[in-house]
Design a protein around this ligand. Structure first.
Ligand code: MG
Length: 450
């Protein structure tokens, strides 16, 4: 973890730890890192502070001789798709699912993937050293505008069986959380042949509908509307529409790991095997369905850029996270909110009720806990845990994952907060709770002793 960049780019509260000075200097640092004469696509979600940050980053980029292509408000995956095809680099101004007072800056490589650790460290070194390669007056970058939405939307349609959707004409309730998804997913789903009813589909950085994290408590209107009408499913995006959460026809909230498992199963079956990549925090149900159908599952550390990069290295067909961030290798190597929505709609059109499909998947129960832990104690704690569990079946890809007969426990430091996270999974709820309780106590005891 670097000082500036977190798990998903640079984030902070507007005019506190995220301001125009930071954005301007970071723009110069990015431009210095990629070199002059590059074309940089820049897009934003719907936050109130977007223009302020976009203009500052753009100024920094132009000062280092890069041209800026302003894509306006777009889902982050649309920016990534555009960058892959038509630019040398991408910058997303977004704080994803964070509250409205936050905003962030995230960088995208020319292949559409997000930057990983060492790349961010190099940019950060330039940022702190202020050793910027500013150009002469006659080399300063220019700015133009372009549209990324049609390009992205058309590419999704090519991957989806439009005819099957037209025939079934599924009724979808779509909650865009007043975020960047407003500009794309309602139109895409209608054009694919769905009957679309929208919620919170006016772009609005005050997030009047609900906070833009698609957790159950924020989706009560969507759940109610989906269950009380004859809708076939409900769909919700986070603020920048790289993640998608689904509600079944009875109003059941479907956790992201269930969707991940469902799509993994389908794609491995269709492909008669293939590699799937997911972080160690994902449900064992993913491994179950992948291996059952002749595929191979690879675990990585937590973080979608890490998953995406590993997918490229392993020539994987699919990957994703338990939070509803799904990555389709035949489309692009990043979390892909509208693509995920279209894929599940296609499955419902072809295969019937979403609740039935979910019910057939292997069933596990997940528990999550948090323990306060000062940053300086994070490493000593992990060392101690590794000593204690050295004889137990374990995996140290990220933190420590300990395997038991009844399930597993993952203990890992939070990348953004002074906290340790404890995840446990088992075949029944009580066992999952017991595993979480026991290991929470263990972590707290160790922290007292060091
Ligand atoms: Mg997001």
């Amino acid at each position: 973890m670097t000082e500036l960049f977190g798990t998903n780019g640079v984030r902070g509260t507007i005019n506190k730890d995220m301001d125009t000075d930071l954005a301007l200097q970071l723009g110069k640092a990015i431009g210095t890192w990629i070199g002059k004469d590059k074309e940089v696509a820049i897009g934003t979600d719907t936050r109130a502070s977007n223009y302020m940050l976009k203009n500052a980053v753009s100024s920094g980029l132009m000062a280092t001789g890069c041209d800026v292509i302003d894509l306006g408000e777009v889902p982050t995956p649309a920016l990534q798709f555009y960058t892959k095809g038509l630019a040398d680099f991408g910058v997303a101004i977004t704080a994803s699912h964070n509250p409205p007072e936050f905003n962030g800056i995230k960088c995208v490589n020319d292949d559409g993937t997000e930057l990983i650790g060492w790349m961010e460290e190099e940019i950060e070194d330039i940022y702190f050293s202020k050793d910027f390669d500013l150009v002469g007056w006659d080399e300063v970058g220019k700015k133009k505008s372009d549209d990324a939405l049609d390009l992205y939307s058309a590419a999704i349609k090519e991957k989806i069986d439009e005819e099957a959707i037209r025939k079934a004409e599924p009724k979808v309730i779509l909650d865009c959380a007043n975020g960047a998804g407003c500009h794309l997913t309602p139109y895409l789903l209608r054009e694919l042949g769905c009957e679309v009813v929208t919620l919170n589909a006016q772009p609005d950085g005050f997030f009047p509908g609900h906070n833009s994290e698609p957790i159950k408590e924020n989706l009560q209107d969507l759940i109610r509307l989906t269950s009380e009408t004859d809708a076939d499913l409900g769909i919700a995006h986070d603020g920048d529409a790289d993640r998608t959460i689904f509600i079944d026809e009875d109003g059941g909230y479907i956790h992201g790991d269930r969707t991940l498992t469902l799509v993994a199963e389908k794609l491995v079956k269709e492909n008669k095997g293939g590699t799937v990549v997911t972080p160690v925090s994902s449900s064992s149900s993913v491994a179950d369905v992948v291996e059952e159908n002749g595929g191979e599952l690879i675990y990585t550390a937590v973080g979608s850029p890490i998953v995406a990069r590993r997918m490229i290295e392993e020539n994987a067909i699919f990957g994703g996270e338990e939070n509803g961030g799904l990555i389709f290798a035949d489309h692009q190597f990043c979390r892909d909110g509208s693509m995920t929505a279209a894929k599940i709609v296609e499955m419902v059109a072809k295969e019937g009720k979403l609740s039935d499909m979910i019910e057939e998947l292997p069933q596990y129960f997940l528990e999550k806990r948090g323990v306060e832990c000062p940053d300086e104690l994070k490493d000593p704690l992990l060392e101690r845990l590794k000593e204690i569990y050295s004889e137990t079946d374990h995996d140290d890809t990220d933190g420590l994952k300990i395997y038991y007969d009844e399930g597993w426990v993952l203990i890992r430091a939070s990348g953004t907060e002074p906290k340790y996270r404890i995840y446990s999974e088992a075949t029944d709820e009580i066992k999952a709770e017991r595993l979480a309780d026991e290991h929470q106590t263990k972590v707290e005891d160790i922290l007292k002793s060091i």
